[in-house]
Design a protein around this ligand. Structure first.
Ligand SMILES: [Mn+2]
Length: 436
C-alpha cells in the first residue's frame, strides 16, 4: 500500500475521533492553526518554522499561516496561505500525495484566510494564535477538547507508524555513520557532520539538535556543544533522530573504544542487555511507572554487580535513592509529532491525570500502556558531579565505591534508547529493525 492510501485511512480515523470529541464538547466545528513565523527581537530574521503539532496530525502541508477547518461529516478544508512573495519559495501543493483528502482554498493574505472562519457557529480554535482567533469569534478555552485530541494522538495510525519507520530508517543511516566516525577518532563536530551527511539532510530536518558526547561530556544529559579539538574519544554517546512528515525518531547509542576502562565496557554491555530486557516486558496493561521502577531495580543490580555501589541490597539502594544518583531521568516518553509527545500523563480521554505512586517525580509518562502507543525506552547510567557531590558527604557515602567512580567519571555515561510500538501481543521495536 502506498503512503497516500495509509494517509486516507489516517484522515478517516481523524474524522471519526474528532467528530466524537467535538460532539462530547458540544462544538459545531474546529479550526486548527499552523501558526505564524516568529522573529528575533528587533530583527527581520525568523526562527525556523514548525507547524503546530495538531495541525500536522491532520495535514503535512509545510509553511506558516494555513488554517484547517474541520466540520463533522464534511471533507476537511485547508485554507492555504499562498502569499505573493518573491523572497521565499512557497511549496507547490498541487501534486502533494495528501491533497485529495482536503478541499483546498488558497489565499494571498492572512486576512482573507481568517475571514473564512469569522463568526462560525460555536467553533473551537486550537493553535498558537489565540488572540486573533478570539477576535474572529472562535472559542479558545478548549482544554476539554484538547485532552481528547491529545488522547487520540497516543494511538498511532498505520500512516503514523509508516512515517515513524521511515524516520527511523533514515536516522539509522546517520547512527551507523556516526559510529564509524567515532571509531575513526573523529571529533564531536566530525561525528555530527557524518550523521547529517549520511542522512542527506540539514539540521532543519532534525527533530532536536543532535547530542554528540565524547568522554566526560556524556554525563550532560542534553549536551549541545560540538567540540572540534577533542579527538580519539574513549567513550561516545549519541542521541539523535530524524523527522519524516513531522514524525520523530529518537535514538540513543553508547559506545566504548578498546582503550576505555574494562569496567566501563562491561557496564555498557550489561546496560545493553538490561535495556533489551525492559523492552520485552512491555505489553498492553503495563503501567509505565511500574516499568520505570523495574528499571531502577535492574540498574541498582548492575551497579552492585560492578561494585559501584556496595554493602547494600538492590531494593534498599533504590529505596535510598542511590540508583537515582546514576539514573536521574525518566525511563521514556511518548513519541510522535512532538519528541516528548502529548498525552503521557493522561489516564483517559477526558484528561484525568494518572495518579502517581509518589515514588518518582517528573516522569513524562505514567500511563497504562495500550496497543498503538509509541514509547521510548532509554535507561542510563551517568557520572554526574552535581548529583554525586552531595553523596560524598551524606549519610549514604559509604555505599559508594568512590575510587571506581573517580576512575570511570571520565567516561561520562551510558544511555541506550529505542522507539517501541506497543502491539496487542507485546511490542514492535522499530529502532532495532534498522539498528540491531
Ligand atoms: Mn528520548
Amino acid at each position: 500500500m502506498v503512503l497516500a492510501a495509509f494517509f486516507r485511512q489516517h484522515i478517516a480515523q481523524r474524522q471519526k475521533t474528532t467528530d466524537l470529541a467535538l460532539r462530547e464538547c458540544r462544538y459545531d466545528a474546529l479550526v486548527i492553526g499552523a501558526g505564524a513565523l516568529n522573529y528575533h527581537t528587533e530583527d527581520d530574521r525568523s526562527y525556523p518554522f514548525r507547524s503546530y503539532h495538531h495541525f500536522n496530525h491532520w495535514c503535512p502541508a509545510r509553511g506558516p499561516n494555513h488554517l484547517l477547518l474541520i466540520r463533522p461529516g464534511q471533507k476537511p478544508t485547508l485554507l492555504a496561505h499562498m502569499p505573493l512573495d518573491f523572497w521565499h519559495e512557497h511549496a507547490d501543493l498541487s501534486d502533494a500525495f495528501w491533497l485529495s483528502e482536503f478541499e483546498m482554498k488558497s489565499f494571498a493574505t492572512e486576512d482573507e484566510i481568517w475571514a473564512q472562519v469569522k463568526s462560525l457557529p460555536f467553533t473551537a480554535y486550537i493553535g498558537p494564535d489565540k488572540n486573533r482567533a478570539e477576535s474572529y469569534g472562535l472559542k479558545t478555552e478548549t482544554s476539554n477538547l484538547l485532552a481528547r485530541l491529545n488522547w487520540e494522538r497516543s494511538f498511532k495510525s498505520d500512516y503514523e507508524i509508516k512515517c515513524t519507520v521511515r524516520s527511523t530508517r533514515r536516522a539509522a543511516t546517520g547512527h551507523v555513520a556516526a559510529r564509524e566516525a567515532f571509531f575513526a577518532g573523529g571529533s564531536e563536530l566530525d561525528i555530527h557532520h557524518a550523521y547529517i551527511r549520511a542522512m542527506r539532510c540539514t539540521d532543519y530536518h532534525l527533530p532536536y539538535e543532535t547530542i554528540v558526547c565524547l568522554n566526560e561530556k556524556a554525563s550532560i544529559l542534553h549536551y549541545q556543544r560540538k567540540r572540534d579539538k577533542t579527538r580519539m574519544g574513549k567513550t561516545f554517546l549519541i542521541d539523535a533522530g530524524f523527522q519524516y512528515k513531522g514524525y520523530a525518531s529518537d535514538i540513543t547509542r553508547s559506545y566504548a573504544a578498546d582503550e576505555a576502562p574494562e569496567e566501563f565496557r562491561s557496564l555498557l554491555s550489561g546496560m545493553s542487555k538490561l535495556q533489551q530486557r525492559l523492552c520485552l516486558l512491555i505489553k498492553p496493561g503495563l503501567s509505565f511507572e511500574h516499568l520505570h521502577a523495574q528499571a531502577h531495580s535492574e540498574i541498582a543490580h548492575l551497579l552492585i554487580e560492578h561494585d559501584l555501589i556496595r554493602g547494600i541490597s538492590h531494593e534498599s539502594a533504590v529505596e535510598l535513592g542511590l540508583s537515582a544518583v546514576f539514573f536521574p531521568h525518566g525511563l521514556g516518553h511518548m513519541l510522535g509529532l512532538c519528541v516528548h509527545d502529548v498525552g503521557g500523563t493522561q489516564t483517559d480521554r477526558t484528561g484525568a491525570v494518572a495518579p502517581s505512586t509518589g515514588r518518582f517525580k517528573n516522569l513524562r509518562t505514567r500511563r497504562i500502556l495500550d496497543a498503538g502507543n509509541l514509547i521510548t525506552v532509554e535507561p542510563g547510567i551517568y557520572f554526574i558531579d552535581l548529583l554525586l557531590g552531595p553523596q560524598k558527604v551524606g549519610a549514604n557515602a559509604t555505599y559508594f565505591n568512590w575510587a571506581l567512580i573517580e576512575q570511570l567519571a571520565p567516561c561520562g555515561g551510558i544511555r541506550i534508547e529505542d522507539d517501541v510500538l506497543v502491539t496487542r501481543s507485546g511490542i514492535r521495536n522499530i529502532t532495532r529493525e534498522f539498528l540491531p
